[in-house]
Design a protein around this ligand. Structure first.
Ligand SMILES: Nc1ncnc2c1ncn2[C@@H]1O[C@H](COP(=O)(O)OP(=O)(O)OP(=O)(O)O)[C@@H](O)[C@H]1O
Ligand SMILES: [Mg+2]
Length: 361
């Protein structure tokens, strides 16, 4: 057996290695073109051991191409793709095989074999590796236990719900004790409640096994609830990247703000539609603040400093990675023409980002 495969038990999943900064993935300027379409246009990205990294982007951004380059199903035209310190872009097909086993894949449509039982599906990757039947089944049962499906070992996939099928898919992806799990829209075919349970399972596995997970998704909720870091990909480029709470609190790129509009409070349409850009009896302001800045009693202080200076229109406080991320819309009367500027100065001095969106009557 190749030296890349550690003979570790579940708790020894992610094999210790002497990697710089513990980087499981390091991509350097990866490019892949289809005809005239640059599907990947110079991607550089790292993921450290035990990290959950989300990749978001609209349809056609290059997310699946990136995953296929990472697991060696697709060859990059240029650039470096280091998995656990080895550049797979330089490996031959034969050399790639053992490395692929260090990578588990979870798919949107589960890809289970319908003629095989649940435990046979889970054990399949080990059969290819030449593990004995008794050992394969022992391992399959252990993994089914981990994903909460021990009682379905002998069932066939057709007898399972979508969420249960995905649990089997996750157990199968873990069979060969990968260091890295790649998930391409694993929850996109599931309802919200089942999605939450699958995300909780992925987080649990990440903690228990120290597994690095790269999550590709167009669902912001997936990234919000379990990723540590997020990279936004657009037209084959990473347009922004950082800790999830920071990116969600303060998206810089327009594409990021647009993707996040489904889960960040937005000014209600009926108000946005009637805003004037020049005059009105109230100025409508958006207020963003996050992290330590969002912990104070901001509105109480604003009321005390400038009585009757605003009313709350919309918004709320989310908590992402244990950090408060707040976004509010307020209306400030313009009777006193200087009031919107005073309110803005007060809030800005307390690290809020304030924008005057327009004027309402
Ligand atoms: N085998 C291929 N042949 C030609 N063009 C391709 C091929 N694979 C991908 N592309 C093109 O590369 C670009 C990126 O595709 P990719 O599948 O990576 O997008 P994606 O971000 O996964 O989108 P989605 O969210 O819809 O799954 C698209 O313009 C796509 O049409
Ligand atoms: Mg895709």
């Amino acid at each position: 057996m190749n030296s890349f495969i550690p003979a570790a038990a579940i708790d020894g999943h992610a094999s210790p290695g002497a990697l710089a900064n513990d980087e499981i993935i390091r991509l350097v300027d990866v490019r892949r073109r289809f005809g005239t379409t640059p599907a990947l246009d110079g991607i550089s990205l790292t993921a450290r051991r035990g990290e959950i990294v989300g990749i978001i982007g609209r349809s056609g951004a290059g997310k699946s191409t990136l995953i296929r380059c990472l697991n060696g199903l697709e060859r990059a035209d240029s650039g470096e793709i280091h998995i656990e310190g080895r550049d797979i872009a330089r490996l031959s097909e034969n050399e790639l095989q053992p490395l692929r086993r260090r990578i588990g894949m979870v798919f949107q449509h589960f890809n289970l074999l319908s003629a095989k039982t649940v435990e046979e599906n889970v054990a399949l990757p080990l059969k290819i590796e030449g593990v004995t039947k008794a050992e394969r089944l022992r391992r399959a049962r252990e993994l089914l236990e981990l994903v909460g499906l021990a009682d379905k070992a002998r069932a066939y996939p057709s007898a399972l719900s979508g969420g249960q099928k995905q649990r089997v898919g996750i157990a199968r992806a873990l069979a060969a004790r990968p260091a890295l799990l790649l998930s391409d829209e694993a929850t996109s075919a599931l309802d919200p409640e089942t999605t939450r349970s699958i995300l909780a399972l992925l987080k649990d596995i990440n903690r228990k096994l120290g597994l690095t997970i790269l999550l590709i998704t167009h669902e912001m909720e997936v990234v919000r609830s379990i990723a540590d870091r997020v990279a936004v990909i657009d037209a084959g480029r990473i347009v922004e990247e950082g800790p999830v709470w920071q990116i969600f609190a303060n998206p810089q790129a327009e594409i990021t703000a647009s993707l996040l509009s489904t889960i960040r409070p937005q000014l209600p349409d009926h108000i946005a539609e009637r805003l004037s850009q020049t005059t009105g009896v109230e100025a409508i302001l958006s207020i963003d603040l996050a992290g330590p800045a969002a912990q104070g009693a901001l509105f109480a202080e604003l009321s005390a400093a400038l009585p009757h200076s605003f009313r709350l229109v919309h918004g709320g406080i989310d908590h992402i990675q244990n950090q408060p991320v707040a976004r509010f819309f307020i209306a400030v009367p313009t009777r006193d023409a200087g009031l919107p500027a005073k309110v803005t100065d007060f809030l800005t001095a307390r690290s809020a980002r304030v924008e005057v969106l327009g004027y309402d009557n």
